[in-house]
Design a binder for this molecule. Structure first.
Ligand SMILES: [Zn+2]
Length: 546
């Protein structure tokens, strides 16, 4: 206990003008006091009149000793009080807790007086109201915000202090009243803005925790070693709370640990923005539309006449991603599409974009097939089965991106039929275009999943034989037809490169090959273009080969 007291030495030091001896002779009169300023490490405080009485009583009741002052010598530590009188004079006192002699009041003119803590005037002087009042003014530090939000001083919202009082005991104090409304408001800021947190250097930071409240959820933000945080990118008004715990800090008159709470609010209600990553594509390619700052109530509406589907945007985090796929039937030429933000009934035009779609010189292929096989495999029933079983699978896709990076070619094989080829079977032009690529390879050749995804189809159909469809999410699918063996079942998650089956010649096929198709929902795109893409939304392959 004695050791603790050592740390907290208090001394009141009274310096006075020699011409003011009369004033001291007659004692310290409350009616003659103009102000009492207490100073310590980190700050000072004007005491109110209620505490002047305590000073006057302690001073007037003290038994002064010059001998003791000579033994101990001048003291720099302690609590300093500057008393100003109404006649313009200044007197300095020091209150000092000496490890040997206990609580002392020091004046270079009068010497030192030993104070009795039990004395009511002394107790009043040392009351929490005096010290804590002084203390929170000086050490409830403001929090300096810096960085992308600009500079701002934040007042403390909640301040809990643990300190060793003058008797060496740990005391606790919550000081919140003055800081209830301490909160900084910011206007619209950019997402990903960084904010630096800087606390008053008199408190040594132990821990800093920052939480953001968004959509009713509390989210802990990471704080780096420079006490920087990155704001949430969400389009909302977001409340941030900073909780700081200090290490035990020497405040001059005692040590303290503090828990401080600061709060600020950032408004990130941006207007929606859209961009198109390329404005020229060839049939078989695809346009990517990317929207930012769409809040949960706002949808992206794409009005276009390039292809006969409704464009269904996907929400990925705070981004909106939409694809306009171009199959071999898409409208070639110049187009203007309109992009709207749709909120309830309210439709706001965001952008009109001119797009150009180039034609492609598709192959014509002549196929000779035995009439009996054609009858069997390309019957009305076979097409009916294909439409019933195969087509609906592609209408809905996983709402998250399941693929990782670039798509890969499922086998090494010689291409025998290109994407989009027109076909004559036994000299008759078919109604259908070749919706993928044919890759000839020996029966039993392993087939790799072109990318990660979920198996949404695995069965044998009359037309396409053993067939597998992988949903890669966000509307992208790949298809593997005429397989000899299937190794996966509906619901399986597959990794990119995983062997899903082997090459065969099942269904309407003239020899072992893999028919590989890629689509965006119902529209079959050029697999080669999908394979050119690195799979990132930032980059988009522009193909204008004609
Ligand atoms: Zn084929």
């Amino acid at each position: 206990m004695k050791k603790k007291i050592t740390v907290m030495t208090i001394l009141v030091f009274l310096v006075f003008n020699l011409t003011a001896c009369d004033w001291f002779d007659s004692g310290l009169r409350v009616s003659n006091i103009d102000s009492v300023t207490m100073s310590y490490t980190g700050g000072s405080l004007q005491l109110d009149e209620a505490h002047w009485r305590a000073f006057a009583d302690v001073y007037n009741g003290a038994e002064w000793s010059k001998e003791m002052a000579e033994q101990i010598g001048p003291v720099q530590n302690g609590l300093e009080a500057d008393v100003l009188t109404l006649d313009g004079k200044s007197y300095l006192l020091r209150l000092y807790d000496d490890p040997e002699n206990g609580l002392l009041l020091y004046s270079p003119e009068r010497g030192i007086a030993k104070l009795d803590r039990q004395d009511s005037a002394v107790a009043a002087l040392l009351s929490d109201a005096v010290l804590m009042g002084a203390d929170y003014k000086s050490i409830a530090p403001t929090l300096q915000l810096s960085g992308d939000l600009g500079e701002q001083q934040l007042k403390c919202k909640n301040y809990a202090l643990s300190y060793r009082d003058l008797s060496g005991n740990i005391a606790k104090k919550d000081i919140i009243d003055d800081f209830q409304d301490a909160r900084a408001q910011y206007g619209i800021t950019e997402p990903g803005a960084k904010v630096g947190l800087k606390l008053d250097p008199t408190l040594q930071i132990d821990t800093v925790e920052v939480t953001a409240t968004f959509a009713g959820q509390k989210i802990a933000l990471s704080v780096d070693e420079k006490y920087q945080i990155e704001l949430l990118p969400d389009m909302a008004i977001i409340d941030y709370v900073v909780n700081i715990k200090s290490k035990e800090t020497d405040l001059g008159i005692y040590t303290a640990t503090a828990e401080l709470t600061y709060a600020f609010t950032v408004d990130q209600n941006y207007d929606p923005e859209v961009e198109i990553l390329s404005d020229e594509q060839t049939l078989g390619g695809f346009f990517l539309i990317r929207g930012r700052y769409f809040d949960e109530a706002t949808k992206l509406l794409v009005e276009q006449s390039i292809i006969d589907i409704e464009i269904t945007p996907y929400r990925v985090g705070n981004e909106i991603l939409a694809v306009i796929p171009l199959n071999y039937y898409a409208a070639v030429g110049n187009h203007e599409i309109a992009l709207y933000a749709l909120e309830g009934d309210q439709k706001t035009e965001l952008k009109r974009v001119k797009l150009k779609v180039y034609d492609r010189d598709f192959d014509m292929q002549n196929l000779t097939i035995s009439p009996s096989k054609e009858r069997e495999k390309r019957s009305e029933a076979a097409y009916a089965q294909y439409h019933e079983r195969f087509m609906p699978v592609r209408e809905t896709s996983h709402p998250e991106q399941l693929w990782e990076g670039a798509f890969i070619m499922p086998i090494e094989g010689r291409q025998t039929t290109d994407y989009g080829a027109k076909r004559k079977v036994n000299d008759a032009l078919t109604r259908y275009r070749h919706n993928g690529i044919d890759l000839a390879a020996p029966r039993g050749t392993d087939i790799k999943a072109s990318n990660s995804g979920k198996i949404v189809f695995s069965e044998e159909l009359t037309l396409t034989g053993n067939t597998i469809i992988i949903d890669h999410g966000l509307g992208f699918f790949t298809y593997y037809l005429h397989l000899h063996e299937r190794y996966v079942a509906v619901g399986d998650d597959v990794e990119k490169g995983q062997i899903v089956g082997t090459v065969g010649s099942t269904g309407f096929s003239t020899g072992p090959h893999l028919h590989f198709t890629a689509s965006y929902h119902l529209k079959n795109i050029n697999p080669y273009l999908l394979l050119e893409w690195d799979g990132e939304w930032q980059d988009w392959p522009t193909d204008t080969t004609q």
